[in-house]
Design a protein around this ligand. Structure first.
Ligand SMILES: [Zn+2]
Length: 537
């Protein structure tokens, strides 16, 4: 009698757990968060003043992949967002930079340019954009295909490329910010006119209201002990200001543009994302919907003031509150176990050269103008032609192949001449022939990184590798794009649906994100995916 009861009990238990498993085979909503230019260490450096419900909640309750890196260069925004969502690398998905020179036409192309579509939501060309330059599908596409196109995908970012590329080819909407009128806009690729709720949001003129408050620190400025001083000569000045110091008025030039370089740009994005969840009824109709959010202001602030600035520290303390707001909203609306959240970044960033110099650390500013002029002079001396070099972007030099052929210039000869001129430049480390990466004198792991970032149709001929912490840039501010760890090491946190709290110190790569989500959601990985499923508890 007792045994029968136990058996019946066991059958019931396993049946009900099977039922529960089937029922929760997918969460109601997936929320992807990309924090533009977020370095891994920011999770810890400012932690003493993060609240319990923002970054720290993701770290405490989620899967924290601590050694997560980009596996290609150039490490820039468009390539980064695309790689997160495609599980792939520029060599395969084709987004080799924010812009590139198209080998076939010789023309410069912006990553999301599309002259066949028009702006929706404002006048001007800021909406002539779509994902048409992207060669592969995204995890957002795959989730949609897996549900026979019944689910919704919405992508949001101040930067067009931060929204369009994550949204993939099948997004219901990608929205980005137009600073001429301070509006969220889209393109005719997605819709004919903005939904009423977006028009209403725009009419509230929130961007203008934010900038009118000016930007002062959240706490008394003397308590910002994780950062260098406020008035540093190597920080950039905001429009209309005579020094890079608090409080920032946000009133110089066009305030609707200046909001980008302030924490308010992130708050505006968060407010708009929550509105989108409400109005579009995301996750409320029995399908697994996808919301892709990218916080762009961290990048603008980082470029201007650098990783050691009070501006950056304050931006992250405020972003932490925005993330807490988002998580609280998800809790109330869906419950933690019905939402899958991940957070990562599209690239990290170098220290400002002026900062490293002041602290006796190696690094410097590479004189691009002098280098280009020296290369051109060397080319003229060797070949008698000034128009061989036709472009330089993404640290790559493009040469005119037609002229080379006509004049009988061999690639090896060209390399030798350029190399000799580059050798004399301060900060130069190596010149890599991108058609013979394996023969270059760089370490094996870097060869893979360079290979992953190269495609013959959109990349240059030779890549200029500078020494670590050498920047092609200006006297103030900083940047990113290299293959060095300071540009590749970014946070990766998974949280919510079926995710157990865990710290993983095994190396993971950006291309692992999409296949891991595909594995958890039982759908196919994106078409160019090369990542592996992250092994967790
Ligand atoms: Zn940037």
């Amino acid at each position: 009698m007792k045994v029968t009861r136990i058996i019946i009990g066991l059958i019931f238990l396993s049946l009900s757990s099977l039922w529960a498993q089937n029922k929760s085979a997918r969460p109601k909503l997936v929320v992807g968060i990309v924090v533009d230019q977020m370095r891994y260490d920011y999770l810890y450096r400012f932690a003493n003043r993060y609240g319990e419900n923002g970054f720290k909640r993701l770290m405490r309750e989620g899967l924290n992949c601590q050694d997560n890196h980009y596996n290609y260069a150039p490490t820039v925004t468009a390539a980064g967002h695309t790689s997160v969502y495609t599980g792939s690398v520029p060599a395969i998905h084709g987004i080799v930079g924010n812009e590139w020179m198209d080998r076939a036409t010789g023309k410069k192309v912006y990553c999301t340019d599309d002259s066949t579509v028009t702006t929706v939501g404002t006048t001007g060309k800021t909406g002539f954009m779509s994902p048409k330059n992207l060669w592969t599908s995204t995890i957002t596409d795959q989730l949609k295909i897996a549900q026979n196109y019944q689910s919704k995908t919405i992508a949001i970012a101040l930067k067009d490329r931060g929204a369009i590329l994550p949204g993939g080819h099948t997004a219901d909407a990608a929205y980005w910010y137009d600073s001429k009128e301070g509006r969220w806009i889209t393109s005719s690729f997605y819709m004919k006119e903005l939904p009423t709720w977006v028009q209403t949001f725009n009419a509230e003129e929130r961007a203008l209201k934010f900038t009118k408050q000016g930007w002062n620190t959240l706490y008394p400025i003397q308590t910002y002990t994780q950062s260098a001083g406020d008035n540093m000569e190597f920080e950039s000045k905001m429009a209309g200001e005579s020094a890079p110091i608090f409080p920032h008025s946000l009133q110089g030039g066009n305030p609707l543009e200046l909001i980008r370089t302030s924490p308010y740009g992130n708050t505006l994005t968060k407010d708009f994302a929550i509105k989108a969840m409400q109005e579009e009824q995301l996750g409320k109709k029995g399908t697994t919907d996808f919301l892709a959010i990218s916080f762009s202001s961290t990048d603008y602030v980082g470029h201007s003031f650098g990783p050691q600035s009070i501006e950056l520290e304050d931006t992250y303390l405020r972003l932490d509150r925005d993330i807490a707001d988002l998580l609280t909203y998800l809790d109330k609306q869906y419950g933690k176990d019905q939402v899958l959240v991940f957070l990562t970044a599209d690239h990290a960033v170098a220290e400002i050269p002026g900062f490293t110099k002041s602290k006796k650390l190696p690094g410097g500013i590479f004189d691009r103008t002098k280098a280009v002029s020296d290369v051109k002079k060397a080319l003229q001396t060797a070949f008698g032609d000034l128009d061989l070099l036709i472009g330089e972007d993404n640290s790559q030099l493009h040469f005119n192949h037609v002229v080379m052929e006509k004049m009988g210039i061999k690639r090896e000869e060209l390399y030798r001449v350029v190399r000799k001129a580059m050798d004399k430049q301060d900060g130069f480390s190596e010149l890599i022939d991108l058609q013979a990466i394996n023969q270059s004198n760089i370490v094996t792991s870097y060869k893979n990184i360079v290979q992953n970032g190269y495609h013959a149709a959109r990349s240059g001929d030779f890549m200029v590798l500078l020494k670590p912490q050498w920047l092609i840039g200006y006297k103030t501010g900083t940047s990113h794009s290299t293959l060095y760890a300071y540009d590749t090491h970014v946070p990766l946190l998974f949280y919510g649906w079926k995710v157990k709290a865990q710290e993983l110190s095994t190396r993971t790569e950006i291309s692992d994100i999409a296949p891991t989500i595909a594995n958890w959601l039982h759908c196919m990985e994106p078409s160019g995916s090369i990542g592996k499923v992250i092994q967790s508890k």
